[in-house]
Ligand binder design. Structure first.
Ligand code: SF4
Length: 277
């Protein structure tokens, strides 16, 4: 996407961003804009909702209908927007801490309900804005400000969590794989039902610094080296896949979404009462 075109979708008066130079947040923001542009959606047709955290600041910079809400509650607000305006494309953007810790219940229940939302997880394996605390996706033994000897907890796998909770479109990419990220976000927006895109990204300032990879380009190189397409991963053993990032589309199924079932329920209730709106 050309810069002039990109600028049309941004609130340039709010720039520069608060993000550290080299942060992957900007790559995911641009990939989202690119996906929306390729789908030909107008700005008025799209609502973007975020919670709290570095990545959640994205709603300040994107010139769509935006809601910058409470910590962990972006999906709850997005649910309301989608039910009130089912005609709109509703996208939720936020970090692994916001989305999977305090917002964890909203995440799994939105998946279970198959709400017609696109949820983009900026997965940098740490809390950035609040100072580098370990998050639900911090790998075991990785360092963080609250884990100076390494985290002893097992991380969530966003793809597994979304799939087992009922999301009907689930994909993973990394910020190194820009075109793939655009492709998956575009497919997620087009999908009818709960769509989750897990984008592995870099917080070099905290995760990188604590884990001896403070250079953002080096982190992106590691994403490149560690990534393996799903089709190839299926041929490898669990041991061979240790520390690898499996990228691809993990789930894509058609199933009635929440709005469709809710509409049917309304019609049923009206019919039983003999009431027709
Ligand atoms: Fe990005 Fe980390 Fe800086 Fe936040 S603290 S802007 S996540 S690099």
């Amino acid at each position: 996407m050309k810069t002039a075109k990109l600028i049309e979708y941004l609130r340039v008066d709010r720039m520069p961003t608060v993000w550290c130079p080299g942060c992957g947040n900007g790559i995911i923001m641009k990939a989202t804009v690119d996906a929306i542009d390729r789908l030909g959606l107008s700005k008025s047709e799209v609502a973007i909702v975020s919670g709290i955290g570095c990545s959640s600041r994205v709603t300040g910079y994107l010139d769509f209908n935006t809601l910058h809400t409470l910590h962990g509650r972006a999906i709850a607000f997005a649910t309301g927007v989608k039910l009130a305006r089912p005609d709109m494309t509703v996208i939720v953007m936020g970090g692994d801490g916001d989305m999977l810790a305090i917002g964890g219940n909203h995440f799994i229940h939105a998946c279970r309900r198959n709400l017609n939302l696109t949820v983009i997880v900026f997965n940098n394996s740490i809390y950035g804005m609040t100072g580098g605390q370990y998050s639900p996706t911090t790998p075991t033994y990785a360092m963080a400000s609250t884990a100076p000897y390494g985290s002893i907890e097992k991380p969530f796998d966003v793809v597994d969590l979304a799939t087992s909770s009922g999301a009907t479109y689930v994909a993973r990419s990394t910020v190194y794989h820009y075109e793939l990220t655009v492709k998956f976000i575009k497919a997620a927006i087009e999908h009818k039902g709960m769509a989750v895109v897990d984008v592995i990204t870099n917080c070099h300032t905290y995760f990188g610094r604590y884990n001896k990879i403070p250079d953002p380009s080096e982190m992106l190189e590691q994403f490149k080296e560690k990534s393996i397409p799903l089709s190839k991963a299926e041929e490898l053993s669990e041991n061979e896949l240790k520390d690898r990032i499996i990228i691809g589309e993990f789930r894509k199924v058609e199933s009635p979404d929440f709005q469709e079932l809710y509409k049917q329920l309304q019609e049923k209730a009206r019919g039983e009462d003999g009431y027709k709106a």
